[in-house]
Design a protein around this ligand. Sequence first.
Ligand code: ADP
Length: 489
Amino acid sequence: MKKEENITNEFFTDWKYAPAPESTDHIKLKKQYDLFINGKFVKPNSKKYFATINPATEEKLAEVAEANEKDVDLAVTSAKNAYDKVWKKMPVKERSKYIFRIARLMQERAREFAVIESMNGGKSIRESRDADIPLAANHFFYYAGWADKLDYAFPNKKPQSLGVAAQIIPWNFPLLMAAWKIAPALATGNTVVLKPAETTPLTALKLAELIRDSGLPDGVVNIITGFGKTGAAMVNHPKVNKVAFTGSTDVGKLIQKSIAGTNKKVTLELGGKAANIIFDDAPIDQAVEGIVNGIFFNQGHVCCAGSRLFVQENVADIVISKLKQRLETLIVGDPLDKNTDIGAINSKEQLNKINEYIKIGVDEGAEMYQSKCAIPSKGFFCRPTLFLHTSQSHRIVQEEIFGPVLAIQTFRTIEEVIEKANNIPYGLSAGVWTDKGSKIFNLTSKLRAGVVWANTYNKFDPASPFGGYKESGFGREGGLHGLMPYLSF
Ligand code: ADP
């Protein structure tokens, strides 16, 4: 038995993969991107542009426009005109066809989108190719299906569209978040001004090109780029009827304050600090793989990342030993390499923030275990990191780190783990690993989290709603629920 374990260890740690980088020959990026307003790319009134880089190489990829208040006004006015004159009046079947067309075009260009997503965001090509882009296209397909069936979705309720939706998204899933926002807004008859995050604008701008090619009437979707100031101008614009935001809890609170007292509807999808709970009757190997998938495969850049691990005490040693072993096999490096498990951290600021938290964890007295893997000398990379012997009061347990850092605690009873899992300001998601269906149902009803995965983690489907409790925000995206925030009844 001992011998076999050694063989497995050697096999995993010593076996090297040959590089398998995805080609970038087919990628055509412009040197400079303007704002997509009223169906055309137009120069910004601000006359300002800022660089967007590849976080794995620190090389500049392109320059993008910085929209000021005047630009925001042009975009919102164009969305308002398109709403009043075209989109609101269009027969629902016709609207549906446009959304289908966007979905199909996205599928056709999936490879291009995946490569650009990895170049600009730093995420592994495996993730962008297998998750982000197919899910984004599926979201458009799914909501295209609802666009002409709203009366069936909400019988006897006469659903009405709202008008112009201002949509602000973060950098962790740039195209997918754009799809989560745009698809239900269009399906419910609203028009859109969308702003991607400042570090990851390129797939949203490629989406603008795709939307232009799809023949969607001018002004129905406008895509503008900029920083927080641009986002604030969108939120505060008087012609905006609905604000949809995904990002940090701090900015979510600012947005809520600034729209208080207006008629604007709002949905906020904010931070998270998910509990992944492993019981002693769980399939341990699958659970270990689920833990790795939940926090490491995506650089920890997921609001619903399983960043707190709760292991039942009597299996803690075996789970932690298998986890350490698996950690040593993870490949950190070139996001475009198909073997890479953990790509680049999205920005220098984010890497600094993660490193600061790692230092806090050590200073708080938790035991750190980091993989011994090599990391590239250029670019922003972080080794997968475990913290053992953490407790509820540790900042690394309470605060969102947004990186490949896992805080581990043990527990004895169900009551204890429920209390610990819920004892946190966030409530976006959770995971439960057990052989017993009854335990799953018991926990899902008591965990204060919008999504609870059972014996799996990070699984998404357009038909399934997603959203938070407590400081993780409110409102749901996805599924039938995802239509409601864009409608009045
Ligand atoms: P993260 O920590 O994920 O970068 P942020 O909340 O800072 O999250 O950013 C998410 C999105 O919100 C980005 O598109 C950013 O430009 C935008 N943003 C930042 N500040 C504001 C603000 N005050 N009002 C509106 N949008 C903002």
